[in-house]
Design a protein around this ligand. Structure first.
Ligand code: F6P
Length: 342
């Protein structure tokens, strides 16, 4: 059996841990592996690399992906999906392990509907994939946000300022909610709940009236004021999957708060720092468990499915279910964070 592996979409700490687990366990089954470079682009260009014992050695703690990644979408043009299918056949690939978020796994689901043997592994720091309680990479991102909030708290308090911290989270505010809860944010703004700027300003004022002359506000990049239509984007250009390049809500809010309350305000965009670097121990373990399950699914002939964390067990769900809609924030957790808002 020849198994292809690809990593698609934004990178994520733990990708290499998945690759290592898939290949290591696959060797026990006597499988052969081929690494597809740069996500779906590697199948359009037929660009591959061998995956051997030596190529997976020492990669467990490495961030990024040894295979490279891209946001190439072969579903955009019918001729591209045909090219991908031809590429898979030309490479003699019997089964394809696709490590990605909803975009990458949406393509895997489509390929499965065309009779190809695909298995998905849920990756995204945003944790917004359905069917799984958590995706790998999320824990690392939350750790980075928490450390940043701890650091920003001391400087914000020392200067009696308002600090708006913009974090990733396009359609779902998981990072903002968990990071903000762990880092003691005074206010958390998420895409699921359009916010009222005057309420945010009122909470800043309330805190200062109570003698707390500083506030730390966490805003997901997809959070938006109810008076503004749609999300705040850097520019109008869309990527291959139709996503705008978000960013700017932190700056927008810091300016508004300063203007409306007179409190000196700053903003910080954590951006790709949340995605880079070594995975946390939790993510290394989760990614390894996912990788082992993915290759077991190949062995058991369970295609068109994605491995998933349900409770503390690794299960599997259909790719269709996983990619049908974004998993939004659990309001029970958000409301716990809300108890500590100013
Ligand atoms: O991977 C998802 C994500 O982290 C989003 O939260 C964010 O909007 C996007 O990636 C940024 O991606 P890029 O690396 O293409 O700027």
């Amino acid at each position: 059996m020849k198994v292809g592996i690809l990593t698609g979409g934004g990178d994520c700490p733990g990708l290499n841990a998945v690759i290592r687990a898939v290949v290591k366990k696959g060797f026990h089954y006597g499988y052969e592996f081929v690494g597809i470079k740069d996500g779906w682009r590697g199948l359009l260009d037929v660009s591959t690399m061998p995956l051997t014992q030596s190529s997976i050695s020492g990669i467990l703690p490495l961030g990024g992906t040894i295979l490279g990644t891209s946001r190439t979408n072969p579903l955009k043009k019918p001729e591209d999906i045909e090219k991908v299918i031809k590429g898979i056949k030309a490479l003699g690939i019997d089964a394809l392990v696709c490590i990605g978020g909803d975009d990458t796994l949406g393509v895997a689901a489509r390929l499965f509907s065309y009779g190809l043997k695909t298995v998905g592994v849920p990756k995204t720091i945003d944790n917004d994939l359905s069917g799984t309680d958590f995706t790998f990479g999320f824990d690392t991102a939350v750790g980075i946000v928490t450390e940043a909030l701890d650091r920003l708290h001391t400087t914000t308090e020392a200067h009696h300022r308002v600090m708006v911290v913009e974090v990733m989270g396009r359609h779902a505010g998981w990072i903002a909610t968990y990071g903000g809860l762990a880092g003691g944010a005074d206010c958390i703004l998420i895409p699921e709940k359009p916010f009222d700027i005057s309420e945010v300003c009122a909470s800043v004022k309330r805190r200062s009236d109570e003698g707390k002359c500083f506030s730390v506000i966490v805003a997901a990049e997809g959070a938006h004021p109810s008076e503004v239509k749609g999300m705040i984007a850097r520019d109008q250009a869309l990527d291959a999957f139709g996503h705008a390049r978000l960013g700017g809500v932190g700056e927008f809010l810091a300016l508004e708060i300063e203007k409306r309350t007179g409190h000196e305000s700053r903003h910080v965009v954590l951006g790709h720092l949340q995605r880079g670097g070594t995975p946390s121990a939790y993510d290394r373990i989760l990614a390894t468990r996912f990788g082992i399950r993915a290759i077991d699914m190949v062995h058991e002939g369970k295609f068109g499915r994605m491995c998933a964390l349900q409770g503390n067990k690794i299960a599997d769900v259909s790719l269709e279910e996983a990619t049908s809609k974004a998993k939004t924030v659990d309001m029970e957790i958000f409301n716990i964070a809300g108890v500590f808002f100013g």
